[in-house]
Write a protein that binds this ligand. Sequence first.
Ligand SMILES: *[C@@H]1O[C@H](CO)[C@@H](O)[C@H](O)[C@H]1NC(C)=O
Ligand SMILES: *[C@@H]1O[C@H](CO)[C@@H](O)[C@H](O)[C@H]1NC(C)=O
Ligand SMILES: *[C@@H]1O[C@H](CO)[C@@H](O)[C@H](O)[C@H]1NC(C)=O
Ligand SMILES: *[C@@H]1O[C@H](CO)[C@@H](O)[C@H](O)[C@H]1NC(C)=O
Ligand SMILES: *[C@@H]1O[C@H](CO)[C@@H](O)[C@H](O)[C@H]1NC(C)=O
Ligand SMILES: *[C@@H]1O[C@H](CO)[C@@H](O)[C@H](O)[C@H]1NC(C)=O
Ligand SMILES: *[C@@H]1O[C@H](CO)[C@@H](O)[C@H](O)[C@H]1NC(C)=O
Ligand SMILES: *[C@@H]1O[C@H](CO)[C@@H](O)[C@H](O)[C@H]1NC(C)=O
Ligand SMILES: *[C@@H]1O[C@H](CO)[C@@H](O)[C@H](O)[C@H]1NC(C)=O
Ligand SMILES: *[C@@H]1O[C@H](CO)[C@@H](O)[C@H](O)[C@H]1NC(C)=O
Ligand SMILES: *[C@@H]1O[C@H](CO)[C@@H](O)[C@H](O)[C@H]1NC(C)=O
Length: 312
Amino acid sequence: MNPSLFFLIFAILIHVPTYLSADDAQYVTCGELLQCANIPNISYPFWVGEGSRPESCGYPGFQLTNCQGDAPIITMEGQQFRVLAMDNGTQSLTVARQDMWNQTCPTYLYNTTLDYNLFSYAPNQQNITMNYDCLENQTQIPYRFDCNANGTASISYFTSGTTSLSSITNTVCNKSVTVPVNQTSGAVLTSSSATVAEMEAALAAGFELQWAANNTRCTQCSGSGGRCGYNTATLSFACYCSDQPYALTCNSTSSVRPCGRVPSEMDSSDLAVLLDLKILLLMYQNHEINSICKVVLTANWLNVAPYLHFSL
Ligand SMILES: *[C@@H]1O[C@H](CO)[C@@H](O)[C@H](O)[C@H]1NC(C)=O
Ligand SMILES: *[C@@H]1O[C@H](CO)[C@@H](O)[C@H](O)[C@H]1NC(C)=O
Ligand SMILES: *[C@@H]1O[C@H](CO)[C@@H](O)[C@H](O)[C@H]1NC(C)=O
Ligand SMILES: *[C@@H]1O[C@H](CO)[C@@H](O)[C@H](O)[C@H]1NC(C)=O
Ligand SMILES: *[C@@H]1O[C@H](CO)[C@@H](O)[C@H](O)[C@H]1NC(C)=O
Ligand SMILES: *[C@@H]1O[C@H](CO)[C@@H](O)[C@H](O)[C@H]1NC(C)=O
Ligand SMILES: *[C@@H]1O[C@H](CO)[C@@H](O)[C@H](O)[C@H]1NC(C)=O
Ligand SMILES: *[C@@H]1O[C@H](CO)[C@@H](O)[C@H](O)[C@H]1NC(C)=O
Ligand SMILES: *[C@@H]1O[C@H](CO)[C@@H](O)[C@H](O)[C@H]1NC(C)=O
Ligand SMILES: *[C@@H]1O[C@H](CO)[C@@H](O)[C@H](O)[C@H]1NC(C)=O
Ligand SMILES: *[C@@H]1O[C@H](CO)[C@@H](O)[C@H](O)[C@H]1NC(C)=O
C-alpha cells in the first residue's frame, strides 16, 4: 500500500468521525451549568452573558449579574434583588431587595415592583410596610425604628400584613414602602413583641417568586432531549438539540438534516462509503451534500489536502 494513501485513510478515519459526532454548538454551550456567586447548577432561563452562559441559553429578563460577589443579582423593573435560592424543579426563586439587604433605611424609597409577565408571587408570601418620616416619637410602642437617611433622623414604624399603622399608633408618616416577605416571617412581625432584629431578619430571608419563561415549552424541549434557550434573531423560544436548533422540540423526523442521516442512524456501510473519497468528491461536486455539510466537509478536507493528490 502506498504510504501516502495509508496516511490519507488514517487522516479520514480521524477526521470523519469528529464531524459525524459533532454536536450543535448551542446545544453544547447551553448544557453547561453555571455557578454564579454562591448558587451552583444554574440553567435556563438564567444567563449571564460576557462569554459565560450567553443570552441564547436563557430568556430575556433573567440575566444574573455580580457573579463574583456574594450573591447573584437579578434586576426587575430597574430594581435589584439578591438571589438567595432557586429551585429549577418548581421554577421558583427566593430573592431579597438589595437596597434593604443590610439596612432598613435606604436613601431612595420605592415600592417593590415585579415584571408580572415573567414573575408572580409564590403562595404564602405577604407584604410588610415600612413607614418612614413619622411625626411622633412614641418610644413605648413596638414596631418603631430610627431611619437616618439623608442625614436626618426620622422616626419609622413597620407593620406586617393587614395590621394598619393607625391601629398601633396615632402618628402620621409621610412615606411608606411595601416589601414582600414569607408568611412565616410576616407572622412573627405581627406579634406585639416583634423586634427590629426580627424585621431585619425577615427582609434578609426574602420572599419567593415563581418564574414563567415558556416553562411548558422548556419541559417539552427537555423531554425531547433538547436544551432550552432563546433565539435572539426571532426573539422567541429555541430548543437546541444535538443536531441543530429547533423552534419547539427535537424533531427526529424532520427532513432538514445538515449531513443526511444522523450519526446514530449510520452504520458501517455508511462509513465505508464515506471512506471512498472518489464517491464523496462526486457527491460534493454534484451538490448532493447540502451547504452546511459542505462547510464541515471542506474544513475536514483542508486538513487532509496535503495527501489528496496521491489518490485522486
Ligand atoms: C450540581 O450538579 C452536579 C452534577 O450534575 C451534582 O453532582 C451536584 O450535586 C449538584 N449540586 C447541587 C448543589 O445541586
Ligand atoms: C450593605 O452592603 C453593601 C455591599 O453589599 C455595602 O456597600 C453597604 O455599605 C452596606 N450598607 C450598610 C448600611 O451596611
Ligand atoms: C432621601 O432623599 C431622597 C431624595 O430627596 C428622597 O427621594 C428619599 O425619599 C429620602 N429618603 C428618606 C428615607 O426619606
Ligand atoms: C407605595 O405604595 C403605597 C400604596 O400601596 C403608597 O401609599 C406609597 O406612597 C408608595 N410608596 C412609594 C415610595 O411610592
Ligand atoms: C404587596 O402589595 C402590593 C401592592 O402594593 C401587591 O401588588 C402585592 O401583590 C402584594 N404582595 C403580596 C405578596 O401579597
Ligand atoms: C411630612 O410632610 C409634611 C408636609 O410635606 C411636613 O410638614 C412634615 O414636616 C413631614 N414630616 C416629617 C416628620 O418630616
Ligand atoms: C426617639 O426617642 C428615643 C428615646 O427617647 C431616642 O433614643 C430616639 O433618638 C428618638 N428618635 C428620634 C428620631 O428622635
Ligand atoms: C421564611 O423565612 C424564614 C426566616 O425568616 C425562614 O426560616 C423560613 O424557612 C422561610 N419559610 C419559607 C416557607 O420559605
Ligand atoms: C412564550 O412563548 C409565546 C409564543 O412565542 C409568547 O407569546 C409568550 O410571550 C412567551 N411567554 C413569555 C413569558 O415570554
Ligand atoms: C432544569 O429544568 C429543565 C427543564 O425541565 C431541565 O432541562 C434542566 O436540565 C434542569 N436543570 C438542572 C440544573 O437540573
Ligand atoms: C416534525 O416536523 C414536522 C414538519 O415540520 C411536523 O409536522 C411534525 O409535527 C414535527 N414533529 C414533532 C414531534 O415535532
